[in-house]
Design a protein around this ligand. Structure first.
Ligand code: ADP
Length: 402
């Protein structure tokens, strides 16, 4: 089965093609074709990078801000030129989409129908910079490939069974009726990492209590019990919870009331402040990138040190909160850009939990572990680094649904 995966960000578009012959493999296969598109480098232009399993690489910049145009370009590059891997676009059997917000109704992946599209459009009110991009992707495929089956895989779905006590904010009860509750995000990554960890530990996922730490540009934790998320740090929006690259994470909502009263902020300005000018970047004044924060600390920059200290403090206290929701822990899992690549952050986070008998093997932690247990053999809790593979998780969902 040839499965095309589309993963749309607000100013990016990733895509890859998997080819599965026979049974669903246990381990993620290498995609036969991968593309990454970025609109942030050069205004008005899409920077496109495509590579194939055969070693072909294509890098191009095209003048367009249109996602449908770019998707048409990507489909062409699959079927012609040096990055060709299929005879014609109609060889693709299914297209899977990461859809950020599935709201209260979508608790599992679904085949896209007119009704599903209407729901994704409606839920744009909850995820204004993501759901419209996801819908554009679905419609661009309809335009190019007609009635090919498409599957929506929701980032909220893995958290759909959060108990009410974890999901409902202690605001007025009307919020519950208005759908204002914790949805949680990064569910595709949390789910993949949980399953992969169980596979590595040779345990049944349903018997494990796990905390998955997805630490990328966006950061969230999930407390996982009996194979599903029972608590998570992101909330109604992906702004809640941990300190992130440019996002504040949780702040006292009284600060927002104060700012609205004292200054004349508009909703868009507050949005910009909390989503783009906060987090590691806001505190350090240097960068949202953890690598640059660590470099600046080495050069004795006190604001970079403060940014890291806040990041670690928030990470530790939120792991503690997940721990309390689970009532115990079998494995603590690190994933995504920072989680997979920063031994410093992993060691600092784990240090706070030594009293539980959780012990990291510091040598293994330093050796760029991928899909490995980095705890000592006598540790009471496994500590793992898992390379997240969201695109494969989406392809799996397509395979299973069809
Ligand atoms: P996204 O959330 O956009 O998918 P990633 O999971 O790729 O992002 O994470 C990107 C972040 O990972 C970068 O901003 C950077 O801070 C961090 N990162 C990548 N490599 C390293 C590294 N070697 N050390 C520390 N942080 C890293």
């Amino acid at each position: 089965m040839k499965i095309l995966v589309l993963n749309a960000g607000s100013s990016s578009q990733k895509s890859c093609l998997y080819e599965i012959t026979g049974a669903l493999p246990d381990h993620p296969p290498q995609p036969v074709w991968e593309a990454a598109v970025d609109w942030t480098h050069h205004q008005g232009f899409a920077q496109i990078k495509i590579k194939t399993a055969g070693g072909a690489v294509l890098e191009e910049e095209i003048r367009t801000t249109s996602r449908p145009d770019v998707i048409a370009y990507l489909l062409n590059s699959l079927a012609q030129g040096e990055t060709q891997v299929i005879s014609q676009p109609s060889d693709i059997q299914v297209v899977g989409h990461r859809v950020v917000h599935g709201g209260p109704d979508y608790k599992e992946s679904v085949v896209v129908t007119t009704e599903v599209k209407a729901a994704i459009a409606r839920l744009a009110a909850f995820a204004p910079s993501h759901n419209p991009a996801n819908l554009e992707g679905i419609e661009a495929i309809e335009m190019s490939l007609g009635s090919i089956p498409q599957v929506a895989v929701f980032d909220t779905a893995f958290h759909a069974q959060l108990p009410d006590a974890a999901a409902i904010y202690a605001g007025p009860y009307e919020w519950v009726e208005q759908g204002i509750r914790r949805y949680g995000f990064h569910g595709i990554s949390h789910q993949y990492c949980a399953r992969r960890a169980a596979q590595i530990l040779e345990r049944d996922l349903h018997s494990l209590r796990l905390i998955t730490c997805h630490l990328g540009n966006g950061c969230s934790l999930a407390a996982i019990s009996q194979g599903h998320s029972i608590d998570t740090t992101m909330g109604f929006t992906p702004l809640d919870g941990l300190m992130m690259g440019t996002r504040s994470g949780s702040v006292d909502p009284g600060i927002l009331i104060h700012l609205l009263r004292q200054e004349t902020y508009t909703a868009d300005e507050l949005d910009q402040l909390l989503n783009k000018a906060s987090g590691l970047k806001g505190i350090s004044g240097i960068s949202a990138d953890m690598r640059q924060i660590v470099e600046a600390i080495a050069a004795n920059n006190p604001r970079a040190q403060l940014a890291l200290d806040i990041y670690v403090h928030r990470l530790r206290s939120s792991i503690g909160a997940m721990l309390a929701s689970l009532g115990g822990l079998d494995a603590l899992i690190f994933t995504a850009g920072v989680g997979e690549n920063s031994p410093l952050v992993r060691a600092a986070a784990c240090k706070a939990f030594e009293f539980l008998g959780l012990k990291v093997d510091l040598e293994k932690n330093e050796q760029s572990p991928v899909d490995q247990d980095i705890s000592t053999s006598d540790s009471a809790v496994r500590v793992m680094v898992i390379h997240t593979q969201e695109d494969w998780e989406i392809a799996r969902a397509c395979w299973q649904l069809l």
